[in-house]
Design a protein around this ligand. Structure first.
Ligand code: SF4
Length: 209
């Protein structure tokens, strides 16, 4: 299971089902913003970020340009010294793995996000960082909102870790083939699995998931 499966699950449990079983890696602005962040933190610039992005997503130049026009590099980042980037962690016990964007010299993690929607962390943001905390065994870290140029500190709460474990239990069932109930909402309008999802109605059992 990947950390991204947890965030997909929070967006929509069915979306997690489709991504786990039929997921493809498609370019989006988050991928581009992450490359820009990594490149700037390494002192390598936008051109390098573009080369890396293009090597993974050859036909997505417009996405990169759009993300580059929105990207903000905050001077606040300068007070945090990086130690290493793109560090892979895996917890066999939890059956969970993920790549952490940056580990800092102060022994914290840093993850790239796009927009800061509110003052406090959303549930999805907290779950993402709690999952990182669980697999890396690092208590605290920072979220960098790349399109706002805002840095925000996170410290893992016990309740957050507990909620990650609850979600993992559900994801295990999804991994084994259980399809959650369809939840019609705003997200469905832009969902890449809309057609397949509409073709598969909710079952009686899925209502109790
Ligand atoms: S169409 Fe809606 S309910 Fe179905 S997977 Fe997508 S977001 Fe979820």
């Amino acid at each position: 299971m990947k950390i991204a499966d947890i965030t997909s699950f929070i967006t929509c449990p069915r979306l997690a089902y489709f991504r786990i079983h039929f997921g493809e890696d498609r370019a989006n602005e988050y991928h581009a913003a992450r490359e820009i962040f990594l490149s700037l933190r390494k002192g390598l610039g936008y051109e390098w970020a573009y080369e890396r992005f293009r090597s993974l997503y050859p036909d997505s130049d417009d996405i990169f340009k759009e993300a580059a026009s929105k990207f903000r590099y905050s001077e606040e980042l300068e007070r945090i010294e990086p130690l290493e980037w793109e560090v892979f962690f895996e917890s066999e016990k939890l059956g969970l793995k993920g790549v952490v964007d940056e580990i800092t010299k102060s022994g914290e993690f840093m993850v790239v996000m796009l927009r800061k929607a509110r003052d406090t962390f959303s549930f999805k943001e907290r779950m993402r960082m709690a999952a990182i905390s669980l697999i890396s065994e690092i208590e605290s870290g920072h979220a960098y909102y790349a399109f706002d140029g805002v840095l925000k500190k996170y410290t893992a709460a016990r309740r957050d870790r507990y909620n990650v474990l609850r979600i993992l239990e559900k994801l295990r069932r999804i991994e084994k083939g259980f399809m959650p109930e369809r939840r019609e909402g705003e997200r469905c309008k832009s969902c890449e699995y809309r057609e397949s999802c509409e073709a598969r109605p909710s079952t009686f059992l899925s209502r109790f998931f």
